[in-house]
Design a protein around this ligand. Structure first.
Ligand code: PNS
Length: 162
């Protein structure tokens, strides 16, 4: 049983994330999407909301499940008996930070490999940060996120404004 962890903030998840999950699911017996409590990043959605949005998108994907995690990623990965961490790479600009994180995780736990996967080229410019910025400014993000995320974004931003 080969298990991979796909960690991230997913604030909110995008079609690019889902594309990476689908690719990872073809390579591994089990994929665990790990929604991080990231204290350094100020999130628009709570962890519970991000997790619920992710779980909604994963319905029907039998070998993929989502959960929240706290603490060191490699500790979580070991607990889940995972052999790999999946990270999406969109552009060279992602590489420097991802490379540093991958090598640090390897130093912390040598048994877990980081695997970089590229989303479909139409998603290489999509990021949660830009999606939030566009949505905040009244732009249309329907091409970049699942429909239920689009609805949740509008609701969350309205609640923030009121
Ligand atoms: O979607 P993001 O925000 O790029 O995901 C970053 C994430 C959650 C994968 C990273 O911050 C992380 O692994 N956090 C857990 C804490 C940890 O293990 N830090 C050491 C990384 S070398």
């Amino acid at each position: 049983m080969r298990t991979a962890i796909y960690p991230g903030s997913f604030d909110p998840l995008t079609n690019g994330h889902l594309d990476v999950i689908e690719r990872a699911a073809k390579l591994f017996d089990r994929v665990i999407v790990a929604v991080a409590h990231n204290e350094e990043k100020k999130a628009l959605f709570t962890v519970a909301q991000r997790l619920a949005l992710m779980q909604h998108s994963l319905r029907g994907m039998k070998t993929v499940r989502a959960t929240a995690f706290e603490g060191l990623l490699v500790d979580f990965a070991c607990k889940q008996k995972a052999c790999a961490i999946i990270r999406g790479l969109r552009a060279v600009s992602d590489f420097e930070f991802e490379f540093q994180m991958a090598l640090m995780n390897r130093r912390l736990e040598g048994r877990i490999e980081t695997i970089f996967m590229m989303p479909r080229d139409t998603y290489t410019f999509v990021s949660s940060r830009l999606v939030k910025e566009i949505a905040k400014l009244g732009g249309d993000v329907r091409a970049f996120v699942p429909a239920h995320v689009n609805v949740a974004l509008a609701k969350q931003l309205r609640a923030r404004r009121d």
